[in-house]
Design a protein around this ligand. Structure first.
Ligand code: ADP
Length: 601
């Protein structure tokens, strides 16, 4: 793992980019909604059921105050006790049904919500795996994590709770208006007087809230980003004794996030009582005027009581709507980010008629290959020509940054050449089905990366179906078997994160076994530079020699023994192959190779 601290790519750069991206949330983005609705489609039946329940809830919400009105006007006021029991039971039944329907609807929505959430994350993960290295080069892992976790969650809120409550609230609102108008136009008009005031307050709140909530979202992403980066770089931080500075930097973003949250909370706690108060004002107004009208016989007592209930319910959806409004906004912002991720197309793609690389011999050719990582960056390889016969071992040597890794990345087709072509067995790598070609290649990275899991699972990584015998054979061949058997849990030993419970040499050996198990035709090896003890060194060399025998091998070589044993040495410098030949031949030339060996001492 290498750490780059170039400006703009560091944590601050990442946060800045993230911050500016967050600004784009709009109230409504048709494409986001349309794309995201697709994720609801598999659950359309349950969604329909939830909508039906919502209509039921609306109906019952409207019905219950009406039942109370009937009880008062037709039984209590005229002094009729007979039938009062029935209407009371009806009222109780209506409330019961209302609660049941509400619970059912909520449960359904949460159920659908969790499914959609998991589906969205699965789709994103699948997509991330399909994206080429170019994407992963440009993107900070923490930011992607935040997309898959946070943004997806807000979209889910919108799809399930948000949209349904929006429709439900509008229905209730419309229903109440109709019922109020038909019961008593006077009282209805009185209630509606407060609406403009309510809308005004909500509007003011929304404007502030939008800013506040955006601030909280941006700052939480910063906290996540900072945290991820620091955990990743913990060894470096500790090694350079920079804990205090890291702590300070973390506290900075943490504080910003805390204050943003408190500001948003403060806003809510000003707004909500404000709205409540307006609601109470409306109730008091209705009570005052309605009370007089009841006394004057203009409206019945039942109507007044029912109205009180309706007025309270009337303001609920209005409050809800402003909440949904904020949900919509963050969901749109989140949705845009997720869409942007889904819009990324892999740069390395398969042709529809990709050739299967089933039984290749393993000849490799680079034909006038020029390469740049991005259109706006300089060429890192220039007109490189290289022929590797099947079964040959080629050592790439040269100073850091010369382009050696870029060459092997092109052979493994993590990237495509900008000009020229890479050929395997005389066929352009772009004509092969990508995965089948990779299946023929074994990669041993410089940093011996192991996944969490057991040693056995790690060896089996490239061929999950391999039996224990095959695993053991590969392990024996890679000198893994001996030390694994001495471990109390043998092949079942769990590898801790960062494989800290294994030595660097052991990790390298396991990586060799992993590559050996897939029996690749072509080996791509970025020789580790980390020094290991001499015994392990010999074990590694032996394992590699066995593995390379009979296969084509391209090695970024650092050990002199590897270099000397190669069939061909290619000296890479400044993006070109400047010398080729055998060890003695190159030394005799007294060129770059000779100088490199001088430096080596
Ligand atoms: P070597 O393996 O010989 O040390 P590389 O092939 O890694 O050299 O690098 C060659 C050049 O390409 C360097 O200038 C390096 O900065 C650049 N480079 C390497 N990887 C990337 C990348 N993922 N994105 C952009 N530039 C890169």
């Amino acid at each position: 793992m290498s750490f780059s601290f170039s400006p703009g790519m560091g944590p601050r750069g990442a946060i800045h980019r993230l911050g500016s991206a967050e600004q784009e949330g709009r109230f409504f983005n048709r494409r986001v909604v349309a794309e995201m609705l697709r994720f609801l489609r598999p659950y359309s039946r349950r969604m329909a059921a939830a909508v039906l329940l919502m209509v039921l809830v609306t109906g019952l919400t409207l019905l219950t105050p009406y039942l109370i009105k009937v009880a008062i006007d037709e039984y209590i006021t005229p002094g009729r006790t007979q039938g009062l029991a029935a209407i009371s039971l009806w009222t109780a039944g209506a409330f019961l049904a209302l609660y049941a329907a509400t619970a059912g609807q909520q449960f359904l929505l949460s159920w659908i919500g969790q499914r959609v959430l998991a589906d969205l994350r699965r789709a994103l993960f699948e997509h991330l795996q399909a994206l080429s290295m170019n994407f992963h080069d440009r993107t900070i892992a923490g930011v992607t994590v935040s997309r898959v976790i946070n943004d997806v969650a807000v979209i889910n809120d919108l799809l399930t709770q948000g949209l349904v409550s929006l429709v439900g609230d509008l229905l209730v609102l419309a229903g109440i208006v109709v019922v109020m108008l038909s019961m008593s136009p006077q009282l209805a008009a009185l209630t509606f007087v407060t609406i403009p005031l309510m809308v005004l307050v909500t509007q003011v709140f929304s404007n502030h809230a939008r800013r506040a909530f955006r601030e909280t979202r941006t700052s939480v992403a910063q906290v996540v980003g900072r945290l991820a980066e620091n955990i990743d770089g913990m060894r470096v931080i500790q090694a350079f004794a920079q804990e205090d500075r890291a702590q300070e930097q973390f506290e900075d973003v943490n504080r910003v996030n805390r204050d943003a949250n408190i500001a948003a909370i403060r806003l809510s706690f000003i707004f909500l009582p404000g709205i409540e108060f307006l609601g109470t004002l409306a109730v008091a107004t209705v009570l005052f005027f309605g009370g007089r009208w009841v006394v004057q016989g203009e409206v019945t007592l039942g109507v007044l009581v029912a109205f009180m209930a309706y007025v309270t319910r009337f303001f609920q959806p209005i409050q809800e709507l402003s909440r949904i409004f904020t949900t919509m906004q963050s969901a749109m912002a989140g949705g845009e980010q997720v869409l942007r991720l889904l819009d990324q197309r892999p740069e390395v793609t398969d042709r529809p008629d990709g050739h299967p690389a089933a039984d290749i011999r393993g000849a490799i050719e680079l034909r006038e290959v020029s390469f740049r990582y991005r259109p706006d960056t300089p060429l890192v390889l220039q007109e490189v020509d290289l022929h590797i016969a099947a079964g040959q071992t080629v050592a790439l040597v040269g100073p850091t940054g010369a382009g050696k890794s870029s060459i092997i990345r092109l052979i493994a087709r993590f990237y495509d050449a900008s000009q020229g072509a890479v050929l395997v067995d005389g066929r352009d790598v772009r004509d092969y089905a990508q995965r089948s070609l990779r299946g023929q290649m074994g990669l041993i990275p410089q940093d011996p990366f192991l996944f969490s899991g057991t040693i056995e699972e790690n060896i089996r990584f490239g061929r999950p179906e391999a039996g224990m015998e095959a695993v053991r054979a590969a392990a024996r061949m890679a000198n893994v078997d001996d030390f694994v058997r001495r471990l109390p849990e043998g092949y079942r030993t769990r590898i801790l994160e960062g494989a800290v419970n294994l030595s660097v040499g052991q990790r390298q050996l396991i990586c060799i076994a992993r590559a050996a198990l897939t029996d690749p035709r072509i080996l791509i090896l970025d020789e580790a530079t980390a020094s290991v003890d001499t015994v392990t060194e010999v074990l590694i060399q032996q394992a590699l020699d066995r593995l390379m025998a009979g296969r084509t091998a391209v090695v970024i070589a650092h050990r002199l023994s590897t270099i000397r044993n190669a069939d061909l040495i290619c000296v890479v410098d400044g993006g070109r192959i400047v010398e080729q030949g055998g060890h003695d031949e190159l030394l005799a030339r007294r060129g770059v190779y000779w100088r490199l060996q001088q430096v080596r001492g």
